[in-house]
Design a protein around this ligand. Structure first.
Ligand SMILES: [Mg+2]
Length: 273
């Protein structure tokens, strides 16, 4: 099969729309909090997580030569497959469970073994239906319109997304200088969608230095943010060389532009008393 000419946009757009309809139905029919097991990532699996995953796995397994890495089931399909689909069927499950309107579905198509080999990505806001899409080297879009990161380079004017969930005290302290120097710190609870907020300039940076990011809720937003102009690195400023495996956990720093990225990396280096 010729993967180069394959219409990924069509396949993942359509299946993510199905996910949106299914999740919406489960939200309003009282099945919101139903737990059906534990996922490959270690978190509990809600009925909505499982149903959303089923839709994406069904659609993606119809394409030959695709292996799937998904939050609930882990790895599906042949190891030697040419393409890897990295999927978080429902990112922000705990928001969904509590009716906080911020959750999404994230799909990344990788041809190769590295994060930098990500070819196409789609993140759909399952509450609003907004669709973020990117192909490597072709820019990023929201509902078909080109998007770009902000030009904010002054930390005092910057809105920073910072994932502080279950942070240990040492990590929390290492962030004090950065957070106190910014205009505002936010975290909404679905990292794939927060990377899209960075991509469209709603927030100016998004960081997770807890060493707890998983590839399933990062890969899709990574390509969209990158194609929109964001700069992404490890917390020490190195290139992200994350392995595309379920057990991998990592930290990252992403900013709207290189100037702001430098300010943030410098602030992280300074030790707080
Ligand atoms: Mg999930």
């Amino acid at each position: 099969m010729d993967h180069d000419s394959f219409d990924w946009m069509k396949l993942i757009l359509k299946s993510s729309e199905k996910v949106q309809n299914t999740v919406k139905r489960l939200q309003s029919h009282g099945a919101r909090t139903k737990v059906v097991g534990t996922g490959a990532s270690g978190d509990k699996t809600l009925l909505a997580d499982r149903e959303a995953e089923k839709i994406l796995v069904d659609a993606l397994s119809k394409v030959s030569g695709v292996r799937i890495l998904s939050e609930e089931s882990g790895e599906i399909g042949q190891r030697g497959a040419e393409l890897l689909a990295i999927v978080d069927p429902l990112d922000g499950s705990s928001n969904f469970e509590r009716r906080i309107p911020f959750y999404c579905t994230s799909i990344a198509i990788v041809r190769g073994r590295r994060l930098a080999d990500t070819r196409a990505a789609l993140v759909r806001n399952l509450v609003t239906g907004d669709v973020y899409y990117a192909e490597r080297g072709k820019g990023a879009t929201k509902n078909g319109e080109r998007i770009a990161t902000s030009e904010t380079s002054n930390i005092r004017e910057a809105i920073l997304g910072v994932d502080l969930s279950r942070t240990d005290e040492g990590t929390y302290a290492s962030l004090a200088r950065l957070i106190t120097s910014a205009k505002r710190q936010v975290h909404f609870g679905a990292n794939a969608l927060e990377l899209c907020f960075l991509a469209e300039g709603m927030i100016d940076a998004f960081i997770d230095v807890r060493n707890k990011t998983r590839i399933v809720d990062f890969a899709g937003g990574y390509l969209i943010a990158k194609e929109a102009g964001a700069v992404l690195s490890t917390k020490s400023g190195d290139k992200l060389l994350t392995r595309l495996e379920m057990k991998e956990r990592f930290s990252f720093v992403s900013s709207a532009n290189p100037q702001l990225q430098k300010v943030i990396l410098d602030a992280l280096k300074q030790r707080h008393p």
